[in-house]
Design a protein around this ligand. Structure first.
Ligand SMILES: Nc1ncnc2c1ncn2[C@@H]1O[C@H](COP(=O)(O)OP(=O)(O)O)[C@@H](O)[C@H]1O
Ligand SMILES: [Mg+2]
Length: 253
């Protein structure tokens, strides 16, 4: 479904001055992987290893310095943001920060529904209410502002927002890292249910091997911007080949 083909991303720290050497950060280095329909691909790695940068490139939030991304054989890099959002959605790590503090949930959900799907307001309302049911939130939630929601509720809204467009692939960037363990489990169960209900594929980013091990059928291990190991979850856990993967596995309590 999605092919990530030798993607690299450099950032330049220290401004754009031509008189000073700005420091180059190679956040993602020559990363390739293929995602098939129905996959839950886990991307695991320590903080700063380039996971979010890669996720944002996949979702079209950043442009890659090099490489290509194709969806069913067509390059995504030439598509409009709207076209890309209809194929791939991105859920941020911190749900309360990804919602506009001055907008009710209804306002936050209405814009993507009318914009991405081109629905009129009445049809958009119906769609939003249906999706709200799918993420197990009561209708009253629509009148609330972000500060009136718990972390778990806010993340359900963020997930709901990613479902509105009917995109077949969702990139979940540490979707449960900001939540406590019991809520984490509930969100993961919800994601599993939604995957079946809407026939979704996920790219699931995490620094927590225990979560990835239980949730993903495939794992890519990211280290200093590179994929050092890719494989089925069982194989990665039982026969890790790379030293960093072994370290990760041994550090799970
Ligand atoms: N917008 C940016 N500008 C400059 N450097 C960035 C930017 N975003 C990320 N980086 C750098 O890229 C590297 C990878 O960061 P990131 O992708 O956020 O890692 P992770 O999500 O694995 O913690 C880090 O060194 C980070 O400081
Ligand atoms: Mg990150």
């Amino acid at each position: 479904m999605l092919k990530i083909d030798r993607i690299s991303k450099n950032f330049f720290d220290g401004g754009n001055s031509i008189f000073f050497n700005s420091k180059k950060v190679e956040a993602v280095k020559n990363v390739s992987i293929e995602i098939y329909t129905g996959d839950i691909l886990g991307i695991i790695g320590e903080s700063g290893s380039g996971k979010s940068t890669l996720a944002k490139i996949i979702a079209g939030i950043h442009n890659p310095t090099k490489g290509d991304i194709t969806f069913k054989g067509k390059s995504l890099l030439n598509l409009s943001q709207r076209q890309r959002n209809n194929l791939i959605q991105y859920v941020f790590q911190d749900p309360s920060n990804s919602l506009n503090p001055r907008k009710t949930m209804m306002q936050s959900l209405l814009v993507p529904t009318t914009y991405l799907l081109g629905l009129r307001k009445d049809k958009a309302y119906t769609r939003i209410k249906d999706i709200l049911k799918s993420v197990n939130l009561p209708l009253e939630t629509l009148d609330k502002y972000p500060h009136e929601l718990s972390g778990g509720q806010a993340q359900r809204i963020a997930i709901a927002r990613s479902l509105l467009s009917k995109s077949p692939l969702i990139v979940l960037d540490e979707p449960v890292s900001a939540l406590d363990v019991i809520i984490q489990e509930k969100i993961l169960q919800l994601l599993k249910k939604l995957k079946t209900e809407f026939n979704l594929s996920y790219i699931f980013i995490s620094h927590d091997l225990a979560v990835v091990e239980n949730f993903c059928n495939k794992i890519a291990v990211m280290f200093h911007g590179e994929f050092v190991e890719i494989g089925n979850t069982k194989k990665i856990i039982n026969e890790p080949a790379h030293e960093y993967t072994k370290l990760l596995i041994n550090s799970v309590p």
